[in-house]
Design a protein around this ligand. Structure first.
Ligand SMILES: C[S@@+](CC[C@H](N)C(=O)[O-])C[C@H]1O[C@@H](n2cnc3c(N)ncnc32)[C@H](O)[C@@H]1O
Length: 400
């Protein structure tokens, strides 16, 4: 696992390499085989809710490594981890050493009980495991000058921890906006935080006071799901009929290389079209037979109350022998043809003007701050904060 993480570039420092080499991951995931526990890109799910969705897991090693590198921790640092499991807290404890301090908070007693037990058994009993909703529970454990780093290991919709961070500290937060998630590495900059990194990732959603329910339509007994953050309510019966009804298929001539990421398009679409959302296929429930998504698990979609159109891919003849894939759109429902055409136009617009651009930058302000909207981008207003996603060069962060 460590050599894979090194080869793939997720581990870049000696401190993180040594931590991964020292902590026995299998001791924190006794339900998994050693092979599954040490797979560099797989999570180990440790708890599911009544609907079968994961509520707790030991996160994938590649993502843990990426977040630990982003935290840039030094021996002696004081760290808050939001969302426990034990393993990542042990990695943090290795990095900050005996003069440092790790506090980990989880809302679920099943998780805190296991994490505390596994940590004690593996020699990390000094990690402070706290049971509570991290929306409030972390505050009582913050050092006077604030934590040097806050590592959030659950998918959150808002960030209530800004005032717990020491000046010059770093906060790594998998933040959801418009149904997409990016792990932002946030550093304080005057009256706001600026992201110096944004990593594509997925996490189990936060529970408790900080939770936020996207609009959701579960179709074909959960085989396909549509999610959208805002907009008129979805008519699940109409969308169900749309899914099994006629399909419009359009192609764009725009191609991507095999394995070439096009997540910048998700952000472009999110800032361009208010009908933007995500469509999810559950392969175990036959979702792949019903929709042909451009990405295996979830991909961009435009949604109206009774119709939707999503991105798809087909083999393209590149003429050069290199295998390329052509982006297309599939529309369903009464507005399916129009939505498929709108999405096709967005893909063409992305390819013509935005594809070659750098990723947007992200700034996080308190909810009540007066901010000017970006010329190109969007503001997402949350309960504690507002997130600015901007392509404006003059807002780009100086320390990037
Ligand atoms: C992906 S797991 C954490 C992984 C862990 N850090 C590890 O070692 O890999 C996410 C955890 O967040 C917890 N969680 C969800 N909402 C929470 C909240 N409001 N406060 C604290 N923990 C929460 C869940 O119970 C779950 O155990």
């Amino acid at each position: 696992m460590v050599s894979t993480l090194l080869e793939q570039g997720w581990i870049t420092s000696d401190a993180v390499r040594a931590a991964f080499a020292a902590v026995p991951r299998e001791r924190f995931a006794p339900e998994a085989s050693a092979q599954a526990a040490y797979a560099a890109d797989d999570v180990v799910i440790t708890k599911r809710n009544a609907a079968g969705r994961a509520t707790s897991s030991i996160s994938a090693p590649w993502l843990q490594a990426a977040m630990l590198e982003s935290a840039a921790l030094r021996p002696g640092a004081q760290v808050l981890e939001v969302g426990s499991g034990g393993y990542n807290a042990a990695l943090l404890a290795e990095i900050v050493g005996p003069s440092g301090r790790v506090v980990t908070v989880d809302i679920d007693p099943f998780v805190t009980e296991r994490a505390a037990r596994f940590l004690a058994e593996t020699g990390y009993g000094h990690v402070q495991v706290v049971l509570g909703d991290a929306e409030h529970a972390a505050h009582a454990h913050a050092p006077e000058g604030g934590f040097d780093a806050i590592v959030v290991t659950v998918g959150v919709w808002d960030v209530p921890w800004g005032d717990l961070l020491a000046p010059g500290g770093r906060m790594i937060v998998p933040l959801r906006f418009a149904t997409v998630t990016r792990a932002l590495t946030l550093v304080p900059e005057g009256d706001h935080f600026a992201a110096v990194e944004a990593t594509v990732c997925g996490f189990v959603p936060v529970q408790g006071a900080g939770s936020f329910q996207d609009q959701e339509a579960e179709l074909a007994k959960g085989a396909v799901r549509l999610t959208r953050e805002t907009g008129p309510s979805l008519d699940v019966d109409a969308l169900e009929r749309a899914l099994t009804g006629e399909r419009t298929e359009l192609w764009t001539g725009v191609t991507v290389g095999r394995g070439e990421p096009f997540d910048s398009m998700h952000l472009f679409l999110a800032s361009t079209d208010d009908r933007f959302g995500m469509i999810w296929a559950d392969h175990e429930r036959g979702g792949a037979d019903l929709v042909d998504l451009a990405l295996r698990w979830s991909c961009p979609v435009l949604i109206t109350p009774d119709s939707f159109a999503y991105l798809t891919l087909r083999d393209a003849d590149s003429g050069s022998g290199e295998r390329r894939l052509e982006l297309g759109t599939h529309g369903h429902g009464p507005a399916g043809p129009a939505l498929a055409e709108d999405l096709r136009q967005h893909v063409l617009g992305w390819d013509a003007g935005w594809r070659a651009r750098t990723d947007p930058h992200f700034l996080l302000y308190p909810a009540d701050a007066a901010v000017s909207p970006p010329r190109q981008g969007k503001i997402y207003v949350k309960r504690h904060t507002q997130l600015i996603m901007s392509w404006d060069e003059d807002q780009r962060k100086s320390t990037r």
